[in-house]
Design a protein around this ligand. Structure first.
Ligand SMILES: [Zn+2]
Length: 363
């Protein structure tokens, strides 16, 4: 097991970082209140998906008069009260970086640190966050995905999700704001976003492959696009293309040609499809990354880590090995997609596909 002492350093560091972030947020809120009061900004309600980007806030501020807003902000920042806060923030910042440097010396020998150095967009703060938060003993104590108490000393992906509040059905409850799950969700969201933005050749590619998979899954398209039938064998085709009526041409993946949509079964194009797909794919990549990180920590601490079906391993050091794994993953996804498209063409029933879908995480 990990040395308590090391994990405690990490915990104290995260608390230290948290108070600096809290100070930042309070100052930001103060500025926003000022702009609202002066009538140069309005409140906008955030959607469920947008909230993660804004530290799970329900609203955001939109400035309506840029010039006046700048003037009022300048006045605020020149006030004595604001400067007291500003100075305090600077102290917290320098404390935090001093602490981080000292902690780095201790953490830098760990396997998880080396893993984070090998992934673009991850760094010392990510390594310490993972190491501190993914408490293997606490994870082992979780019930498994079916709610059974698993007494084996084994770590599974399902237990990790339960522990982090990422299991299906574990929605964020507003009453729990500020709790462990909220902080972890926010942090892991940021961390995985960084990996995508930094375009890590392994994890960003996994994200893109998964996004392409979602983008073409007929059951998902059927819920957010059009379902038509082809003239030949009456194949059901799910498409994102706007169908104005019969005779519009559409590609049938079974007939492998452009065909006339003889029958329009449903059309319910919903807005925000791209964002939705993107959020799903990035959530999936986040789970992969977290399960890899847990695996590395667990195995280095001598715990058993149970691998799931279609296991994708943590990013290996050699680019050649990475490419082989990605190629295999890409082909698996294509084969699965082909299977779903065929199933859908036969029945036109998204629900059947969904029910028979084997979860990636199931064993
Ligand atoms: Zn057809």
């Amino acid at each position: 097991m990990t040395d308590r002492k090391i994990r405690t350093i990490g915990q104290v560091y995260l608390q230290c970082q948290r108070s600096r972030v809290a100070c930042d947020l309070e100052m930001q809120k103060l500025a926003e209140q000022e702009l609202l009061k002066r009538g140069v900004a309005v409140k906008e309600i955030l959607t469920e998906e947008e909230r993660a980007e804004h530290a799970y806030r329900k609203t955001k501020i939109v400035i309506t008069d840029e010039i006046l807003a700048q003037k009022y902000l300048k006045e605020l920042k020149e006030s004595k009260e604001y400067q007291v806060l500003e100075q305090h923030k600077a102290v917290l910042k320098s404390e935090e970086s001093r602490f981080l440097a000292a902690a780095e010396e201790i953490f830098s020998d760990s396997k998880i640190w080396k893993f984070c150095e090998n992934v673009r967009g991850l760094g010392s703060v990510a390594a310490m966050t993972f190491f501190t938060v993914l408490d293997t003993e606490a994870i082992m104590r979780q019930n498994d995905s079916r709610g059974f108490n698993d007494t084996r000393k084994v770590i599974t992906a399902g237990k990790v999700w339960k522990y982090l509040g990422l299991a299906p059905g574990q929605r964020l409850e507003s009453g729990k704001l500020g709790g462990f799950n909220t902080i972890m969700k926010g942090r892991t969201w940021m961390i995985s976003r960084n990996v995508i933005m930094a375009n890590d050749p392994y994890y960003a590619e996994i994200y893109r492959i998964e996004k392409e998979f979602y983008r073409n899954r007929p059951d998902l398209i059927a819920e957010n696009g059009y379902v038509v039938r082809c003239p030949g064998d009456g194949h059901y085709i799910a498409t994102q293309q706007t169908i104005k009526g019969k005779d519009d041409e559409v590609y049938c993946p079974i007939c492998r040609e452009q065909v006339k949509a003889v029958e329009v079964v449903s059309h319910k194009k919903k807005p925000g499809w791209k964002k939705w797909i993107d959020a799903m794919a990035s959530r999936w990549m986040r789970k992969i990354l977290l399960s890899h990180v847990t695996e590395i920590i667990a195995t280095s601490e001598g715990c058993e880590f149970s691998k799931h079906a279609n296991y994708v391993p943590p990013k290996p050091l050699l680019p050649g090995e990475q490419e082989l794994i990605l190629e295999r993953f890409r082909n698996e996804r294509l084969a699965l997609l082909d299977k779903y498209i065929r199933q859908f063409a036969e029945t036109g029933n998204a629900q059947t596909i969904r029910e028979n879908m084997q979860s990636y995480w199931s064993k």
